[in-house]
Design a protein around this ligand. Structure first.
Ligand code: SAM
Length: 240
């Protein structure tokens, strides 16, 4: 099979952070596939790709639904359905670019397709065009080094880290807490308990027009949006 599945990172939001390689591929590939959370919803990754590259005449747009469900069966069924749609294009000789926000190999729906690829389209080649990840976009927005010298960096989804923040902050010079928006009240309380509030920076919508950088987490009420990350640095005095 000559058709290829490309996992394409479109970057953290700003269209000019989509790489030249991604842009060239998106202009020539016959099918662009994009994840969305529910039927009828937009795809943020597709919007970023369109902002950067525009509409390409004759190109198929394939929206694939990946529900954010706790039910493993629902997620598996969606993943298999998505892989079947992609597999059908590949079998007809058309390469597919699956766009993902940030980088395709960092907490992305592309990983679901990759997991299915051996079963659903074992003969197709799969490759990845790396994207600017939110990990580095968040650090840039906060102007906080991610790692330096012998420093260690931890990346962890905030909902799984609430009970171990003290340990993480002791063990790693920098801790990136992804998916922080939905658990912000609990996260703020846990950081306060551990005496870590003054080391935390909240970054939402990095590189987008709505980018917000908040160094005083105690002032934030309630939850924030999904595209929110909390960065914990070791030394408050190290900040600018
Ligand atoms: C499913 S992960 C996607 C990561 C993506 N593949 C990447 O490489 O950045 C979603 C989480 O990434 C973080 N994130 C993504 N884009 C962001 C942005 N523009 N600003 C701040 N955080 C962002 C948030 O923590 C969000 O909950």
């Amino acid at each position: 099979m000559s058709a290829v599945l490309h996992g394409v990172g479109v970057g953290p939001g700003a269209p000019d952070l989509l790489t030249l390689r991604a842009a060239a591929l998106l202009r020539e590939v016959p099918v662009v596939a994009a994840p969305r959370r529910a039927e009828g919803e937009d795809s943020l990754a597709l919007r970023i790709a369109r902002d950067a590259v525009g509409e390409v005449p004759g190109q198929e747009t394939l929206l694939l639904t990946f529900p954010m469900s706790r039910d493993a069966q629902v997620r598996r069924a969606a993943r298999e359905a998505a892989a079947a749609e992609v597999g059908a294009r590949l079998a007809s000789g058309r390469s597919v670019a699956f766009v993902t926000e940030g980088d395709p190999l960092v907490y992305s729906t592309f990983l679901d397709l990759l997991a299915e690829s051996r079963r659903a389209f074992p003969e197709a080649r799969v490759d990845v065009v790396p994207g600017v990840s939110s990990l580095t976009a968040v650090a840039a927005a906060a102007l906080v080094p991610l790692a330096d010298g012998d420093g260690r960096l931890a990346v962890i989804p905030a909902p799984t880290a609430l009970g171990e923040l003290g340990e993480l902050a002791r063990e790693f010079e920098t801790v990136l807490l992804l998916k922080a928006g939905g658990v912000l009240p609990d996260l703020r309380a846990a950081l306060a308990r551990e005496g870590l509030l003054d080391r935390a920076v909240l970054v939402s919508g990095a590189t987008t027009v709505g980018e917000q950088v908040t160094r005083d987490l105690a002032s934030v009420q309630g939850r924030t949006g999904y595209f929110s990350t909390v960065l914990l640095t070791r030394a408050p005095e190290g900040r600018r």
